[in-house]
Design a protein around this ligand. Sequence first.
Ligand code: 5GP
Length: 179
Amino acid sequence: MSLATVETLEVMIGQPELQARIEALAHEIHDQYAGEELLLVGVLKGSFLFLADLCRHLGPNVTVDFVQVSSYGDRKESSGVVQIRKDLDINIEDRHVLLVEDIVDTGLTLQHLRELLAVRRPKSLRVVSLLSKPDARLHHTQIEWVGFEIENEFVVGYGLDYAERYRNLPFIAKLHQAE
Ligand code: 5GP
């Protein structure tokens, strides 16, 4: 007989706190670029809600593109291998590029993406990540703006999944599993 796994969610960052922080980040980003054209590059799929909310506070000089890489599959641990699944549509040469990440964990994905985009000679390349787990870092890489630093725990919601579920939650939650 197989036992079902019971998953429970514990809210870690509620919707009002998330939205207030995103608005504050957008103001800092807006000031940094001071009216210059900015290309937001969302890292799929996890950043889709963050990017959507962030860009609504950034005014008119913004374009959007997406890149997708994979390293986790359906598991909670990284495989250590980063593969490009979907490349950018837009040529980033001589453009201000802001990479929009959902979460930086070991830093492997971000390190890889920074290297990949830097060789395409953007005018500038910066990173905003909604979440960061500093205690999990194995690959040190620069992040210009971080929404929230969190403990080294697996979280879901607001774009982040477990086996493709929970992305649509409007808050960030810890995922607990019991048999
Ligand atoms: P890294 O390469 O920094 O180890 O991992 C980055 C990617 O792993 C994130 O973009 C995200 O897709 C996934 N990831 C890392 N930590 C978590 C987590 O706590 N929850 C979820 N759902 N995904 C995570």
